[in-house]
Design a protein around this ligand. Structure first.
Ligand code: 1QQ
Length: 364
């Protein structure tokens, strides 16, 4: 797509004025397995762009597609946004599992993408149009596992992971590395597939190892029966989780089994970051529930895109790509966010623990 004159404005920064609305695409898992995150992401994006559209000079039109947690649907949604809607940038998809091929399609079409929850290894390396504000699992686990070791006095762990999904297998590889760096002994290492609901054979082996903690890389649909079965089998060790655990939906479903769960992430309601208190209030006002990490990352994506558009007062693909690549030290609800050369996010992770059914800051 060539540059559209109506998206190239005059002035700069707060004084920038662009004639046409900037078309922003979003591909989210609004239904099926990853909707636990996709629904919060939808709300965070809508709130973020609503606030931006109330400002002078630049308007955004948000075109949202549901990938139904399915790769084929995700590819079709990207195709529509790139070629038919002429989106200037695409936000999402929710799952890393859908990101590898969709981001390659966007890269080939020179359309910038901003991942907001795609945390697997290797995503920014797909190309120079690929960015993310999704804290990589690598950074989150490098904080959460040592914090858990210290807080809980861990010596041994059992690891369980979904070996089918891109994000859970990538996080698993990172977990094994960090566990070894931390001198934690792995007494059992078991795996399963995304749609499994029966975990008793793996859990029996884990019970035999009597670990001090379970380290779990799984999506919610498997996690909920898995943790329930673990507790039924008498395994009451605390859990250290991956990014999917940054969800109040997951915590509510796990009920008392979630107590003591430790997880590293990109955001906490307790963060004293710029605009965080106002964001939480506005979100509760709009949606009648508190935001989660996925909502905060989505909300932040809107602000990052606005900063990139206003930098050269240009809402075309090429300008957004060039200016996202230079985003440096933006103050957001996630804290200070920068993007490096590769399009990777630079921000301080937080570590949280579940106490009385609520996330509480362990450190960050
Ligand atoms: C990924 C994730 C998921 C847990 C997002 C919902 O981190 O797929 O990378």
């Amino acid at each position: 797509m060539t540059s559209r004159p109506g998206l190239n404005g005059t002035g700069s920064g707060p004084g920038c004025g662009i004639q046409d609305p900037v078309p922003v695409g979003a591909v989210l898992s609004l239904t099926e397995g990853a909707a636990f995150a996709g629904q919060y992401q939808r709300e965070g994006l809508e709130l973020g762009f609503k606030e931006l559209n109330a400002r002078e000079g630049v308007r955004y039109s948000l075109i949202m597609e549901d990938d139904k947690t399915d790769l084929g649907e995700g590819i079709a949604a990207f195709e529509k946004l790139i070629h038919r809607e002429d989106a200037s940038i695409i936000i999402g998809p929710t799952l890393s599992d859908l990101a590898f091929s969709t981001f390659e399609d966007a890269q080939d079409a020179r359309t910038p993408v901003l991942g907001i929850s795609t945390t697997a290894d290797g995503i920014p390396e797909i190309g120079d149009y690929v960015f993310r504000n999704s804290l990589p699992e690598e950074y989150a686990l490098a904080e959460s596992i040592p914090a858990a070791r210290e807080a809980l006095g861990l010596e041994t762990v059992a690891v369980l992971h979904d070996s089918e999904d891109e994000f859970t297998s990538s996080a698993y590889a990172t977990m094994i590395e960090v566990l070894s760096d931390e001198g934690l002994r792995v007494v059992a290492d078991e795996n399963f597939e995304t749609s499994d609901t029966e975990f008793r054979s793996q859990l029996t082996k884990i019970a035999d190892g009597d670990p001090d903690a379970l380290v779990l890389s799984a999506l919610p649909n498997a996690t909920i029966p898995l943790v329930r079965q673990a507790r039924e089998l008498g395994i009451d060790a605390p859990i250290v989780g991956g990014n999917a655990f940054n969800s109040p939906v997951m915590i509510a479903n796990l009920d008392s089994a979630a107590e003591g769960l430790i997880v590293g992430g990109a955001w906490s309601s307790a963060l004293d970051s710029e605009g965080n208190a106002e964001f939480i209030d506005a979100y509760i006002d709009a949606y009648g529930r508190a935001p989660d990490q996925f909502a905060a990352q989505a909300y932040t994506a809107a602000k990052m895109i606005d900063a990139a558009v206003r930098a050269d007062c240009d809402g075309n693909r090429e300008a957004i790509k060039n200016n996202l690549a230079q985003l440096d030290g933006l103050e957001t609800v996630l804290g200070t966010v920068s993007l490096d050369e590769a399009g990777e996010v630079d921000q301080q992770p937080v570590v949280q623990i579940v106490e009385d059914g609520e996330f509480t800051l362990l450190e960050g």
